[in-house]
Design a protein around this ligand. Structure first.
Ligand SMILES: NC(=O)c1ccc[n+]([C@@H]2O[C@H](COP(=O)([O-])OP(=O)(O)OC[C@H]3O[C@@H](n4cnc5c(N)ncnc54)[C@H](O)[C@@H]3O)[C@@H](O)[C@H]2O)c1
Length: 255
């Protein structure tokens, strides 16, 4: 399998280095708008080269996006029209219902897939299964140190309570986890989000609470930062690499 990578930052670099060690991956094609980022990554890899996305599309089987929402808007349609599978990390781009439906249609027409890694949360498997039987309520509680919001607080404060769609407008930094959860379950308008600043915590945590016909679910993840980008959760990189392994492996575990 040949892999294209758009975005050679924290997550793209972790994915490229892991893919470089996978015997099932023959060639890796890198692209970043910042040439320094792609050149720096290239030096650490054995089977990679730098090419424009339009040029590497004919060589790859799967494209990994770890860049930005703009990159998804710029390249997703081209990738799917070329019949190539696409892994999207900048899931916030899929909040736009019209855009998401367009990608869905293109993927069907061109017989390819869009993969959305679980990312910096856990429990998406449970939400996907529970949704089959019917979910009554899904809530995401994201807790961060007050400094993450530019605040200095002595006690816990709830900064936001509302739908995932509203949360994204007010707190765009929380966009990816809210988007993945909404897409897996009750959608952007019915998924509830609570955003909390808490001086007791030193890490970003995401808690999912859900109930439905299946019973009750409660999952909490406390994220360590990515060693190469303190603003990115390390779990997001691990989830991206696990998604590539899942595409490769003949036995697919979970959901
Ligand atoms: N799904 C999740 O849970 C989750 C978690 C963390 C990050 N993310 C998202 O994943 C993406 C990557 O995160 P990161 O921590 O690696 O970021 P990063 O800033 O470390 O790296 C992003 C890289 O992409 C490049 N880039 C930006 N726009 C581009 C474009 N249009 N074309 C080509 N290259 C472009 C930048 O130059 C940079 O090198 C971000 O959009 C981030 O919001 C998702």
């Amino acid at each position: 399998m040949n892999l294209g990578i758009i975005g050679c930052g924290a997550i793209g670099s972790d994915v490229a280095k892991a893919a470089d060690e996978m015997e099932e991956i023959e060639r890796i094609y890198l692209y970043d708008i910042n040439k320094k980022a792609s050149n720096k990554l290239l030096k650490t890899l054995k089977k990679a080269e730098i090419q424009r996305v339009e040029d590497f599309l004919k060589h790859v089987d799967v494209v990994f996006e770890g860049a930005s929402q703009d990159a998804v808007r710029e390249y997703a349609e081209k990738i799917l029209k070329a019949g190539k599978d696409l892994i999207i990390m900048s899931v916030g781009s899929l909040f736009d219902d019209k855009f998401r439906k367009k990608l869905e249609k293109l993927a069907k027409e061109n017989k390819c897939k869009v993969y959305i890694p679980t990312g910096a949360i856990c429990g998406i498997d449970g939400i996907l299964s529970a949704n089959v039987g019917g979910l009554n309520e899904v809530t995401l509680v994201t807790t961060k140190p007050p400094s993450s919001f530019g605040l200095s607080l002595d006690e816990r404060r709830v900064l936001f309570e509302g739908s995932a769609r509203e949360a994204v407008k007010k707190f765009p930094a929380n966009i990816n986890v809210a988007a993945s959860l909404s897409l897996a379950g009750k959608g952007f308008d019915e998924t509830k989000v609570e955003i909390v600043a808490d001086p007791v915590v030193s890490r970003i945590s995401h808690k999912i609470l859900a109930h439905g016909k299946f019973g009750r679910l409660r999952v909490e993840l406390e994220n360590m930062p990515n060693p190469n980008n303190p603003g990115s959760s390390y779990m997001a990189s691990l989830s991206a690499i696990a998604t590539i392994r899942r595409i490769i492996e003949p036995i697919k575990i979970g959901v």
